[in-house]
Write a protein that binds this ligand. Sequence first.
Ligand code: FE
Ligand code: ZN
Ligand code: FE
Ligand code: FE
Length: 224
Amino acid sequence: MPAIETLEELLKHELKDLYSAETQIIDALPDMIDGAKNADLKKALRDHLKVTKAQKDRLDKIQELLGEEKQAPERKGFFANLFGSNEGEEHCKAMEGLIKEGNALLEEDMDEDVMDAAIIAAAQKIEHYEIASYGTARAYALELKLGDIAKLLEQTLNEEYKADDSLTKLALSKVNIDAENSDDAPVKTVKKAASKTAGKSAKKSSPKKAKTSRPAAQKKIKSR
Ligand code: FE
Ligand code: ZN
Ligand code: FE
Ligand code: FE
């Protein structure tokens, strides 16, 4: 008999993976906050660190609702011992990779304005992994008619969308522009057009509806 036989077991597996992912993010964010120069970017990352800690607690609550053992540090499994933190029974290798890549960027010899753009990119890759995983877990919970759990997962999903959107806004309104002008070349007139696009694109993706926003180009092709 396979170890994972049902959709509910797959959901439990996914939730353990997410627990590990959130734990790794909590460990990784302080270095990204330190590495950022732009005050708004620092604040956005700091705010999301707080949100992330609450998301980890929410996963604990979900595990309790599912009747799983609480993934407390004293119940650390093999992987948790291996990686020396309180990640729980699973280790999310994808998050390990995304964080390693982000940390490698932080080590690069980079102009500080360009570094801010790189940090946003690394952070958004992390958010997108979380959006995919929470979206999937929520769909499983809905399929299994676990309404309370689906609602909790949707709460986190919307927070991840919100974090992603605020990073997009920051990039388009300021950070990418500063990075473009990092060599102190005269500021180009493109600046205005860029901030205009930022407002537009931020409006397009609604964090409340938990829907994936598609690039404008993709939309066009679809409607043809
Ligand atoms: Fe998260
Ligand atoms: Zn696994
Ligand atoms: Fe994973
Ligand atoms: Fe997140």
